[in-house]
Write a protein of this length. Structure first.
Length: 187
């Protein structure tokens, strides 16, 4: 059994779809993500899961980086507006901050796989795009309604089907890269 460590229901559903694994909702306290990078935060979560459960644990940390904002919101993406997980407020604030700025951006995902005996594997991928001028689409979560991937035919991430998003996205890319390790460990 492999623990997919996420307290975010939307992200857990996406991880389940990408891996085909059963999502086990963590029943231990969510660790403090005080790392200074996506990699550090993904490892914090994966290590906490492996330690708390004794299971091989897969965790990710992801967010949106905007070039004109020196890579922010970055690791602060979920709480950019001050309240953790308020997607609408985060999107509104970001759009207001970019009124007269270039809109080049990328979603970044770092996936960490940690075994109870301390083996660690990490993959990080980027999904380049731009920020739209207004939200569009109903699919996804977070910044999906305002992120227009370069490879998305002009659609926002929230206008893509789940299958399209899984094939193109930062999280889909990272999960495919770590899938070999995951298969070796789960045998």
């Amino acid at each position: 059994m492999i623990l997919l460590a996420s307290h975010n229901a939307a992200k857990a559903a996406e991880l389940k779809r990408l891996t085909g694994l059963e999502v086990v909702t963590p029943d231990y306290p969510e660790p403090v993500e005080d790392g200074l990078s996506f990699k550090e935060n993904a490892l914090i979560k994966a290590r906490a899961g492996a330690k708390a459960t004794g299971l091989v644990t897969l965790a990710d940390d992801s967010g949106l980086t905007v070039e004109a904002l020196n890579g922010m919101p970055g690791i602060l993406s979920a709480r950019w507006s001050g309240t953790h997980g308020d997607d609408e407020a985060n999107n509104k604030l970001l759009l207001a901050q970019l009124t007269d700025l270039p809109r080049e951006a990328a979603f970044v995902c770092c996936v960490a796989l940690v075994t109870p005996d301390g083996e660690e594997y990490v993959e990080e991928c980027r999904w380049p795009g731009t920020i739209a001028t207004e939200p569009r689409g109903e699919n996804g979560f977070g910044y999906d309604p305002i992120f227009v991937p370069h490879d998305g035919n002009g659609k926002t991430s929230a206008e893509l089907t789940a299958e399209e998003k899984d094939r193109l996205s930062h999280r889909g890319q990272a999960m495919r890269k770590i899938a070999t390790r995951l298969a070796q460990i789960s045998q």
